[in-house]
Design a protein around this ligand. Structure first.
Ligand code: SAH
Length: 277
């Protein structure tokens, strides 16, 4: 780009949701459609393959995010319309932060050197929650158990703090072949503060091929397969199971006990009010 010119290239950082077309927002769909270059992790490209035909594809492996982000920026600086695709939301353990960090390091100014936009997507914890019922009706904490970029001591202290403060806890990246023990330790920390009967949802491949939804309790989570395609939702001290649905009460039944009675509803109260005569 010639200095002083307004940027022609555009970089859209797109979260495409849990992995099927119905859960891609129209805005994300449009950004991918309008791009000439699509950049992403191989598995993610496969998940949006119906949308990327005829486009130039830049795909790299899982641990090559830095390379991928750099390549995407280079293409946008050359004037291309680029979509970087990330599953769920790109700003949650995704590519958005990394791209902005690289801009900062390389002195690339979004809006001046390149047009930058981030498009939100349905993150895994929301997808998982919807399959389980309403487990995150109250305050929650998302914690990634991957110690690839974060020292375990920090992760450990966050699990401990969330457990102590009675947050509903969503565990991302719970385990992989190389990292089998973190989820065991996470469970042990949670058990120090929470009853073994606390409801837990384990959701694999939400809204993707191979979807599996398990409702269990904290003491028994390790009886079920847990891997990199799994998100675990651990209830708080109030979470209950009703007819196979995991529910974290928000407090309505305490505050509005009367209104919960079946005869409490007076339909006339819901009619539109008549205006002045
Ligand atoms: N940006 C993504 C998260 C990437 S980290 C998002 O917002 O969802 C990768 C982790 O996300 C996985 O290890 C898993 O814990 C979770 N995950 C992503 N997609 C999932 C899906 N379809 N079902 C269940 N968990 C998923």
């Amino acid at each position: 780009m010639v200095k002083g010119e307004s940027p022609k290239g555009k970089l859209s950082i797109v979260g495409f949701g849990p992995g099927n077309q119905e859960h891609i927002t129209p805005k994300a769909f449009k950004a991918i459609q309008e791009a000439s270059v699509v950049v992403g992790y191989k598995t993610y490209i496969r998940l949006v393959k119906g949308l990327v035909e005829g486009k130039r594809i830049v795909q790299t492996g899982m641990t090559e995010e830095v390379k991928r982000a750099g390549l995407a920026l280079d293409e946008a600086l050359k004037g291309e319309r680029v979509a970087v695709v990330s599953s769920g939301d790109a700003g949650i353990y995704g590519m958005a932060g990394l791209i902005l960090e690289i801009c900062k390091t390389r002195g690339i100014v979004p809006g001046k050197d390149v047009i930058l936009e981030t498009i939100p997507g349905i993150t895994a914890l929301l997808a998982a929650a919807s399959l389980l019922g309403a487990p995150i009706m109250h305050d929650f904490a998302a914690i990634s158990l991957s110690d690839h970029l974060t020292p375990w001591e920090i992760i450990r202290s966050r699990i401990e703090a969330a457990a102590r403060a009675d947050f509903v806890v969503a565990l991302y990246n719970p385990a992989s072949g190389k990292r089998p023990w973190q989820v065991v330790e996470a469970r042990d920390i949670l058990l120090e503060h929470r009853d073994g009967k606390t409801p837990v949802g384990i959701v694999k491949c939400a809204y993707r091929e191979g979807q599996d939804v398990v409702l269990t309790d904290l003491a028994r989570i390790l009886d079920h397969p847990i891997g990199m395609l799994t998100t675990i939702l651990v209830g708080n001290s109030q979470t209950l199971v009703f007819e196979g649905w995991m529910v974290t009460p928000r407090g309505y039944s305490r505050k509005y006990a009367e209104a919960f009675r079946p005869d409490a509803l007076d339909a006339s109260e819901c009619q539109p009010k008549k205006g002045p005569a």
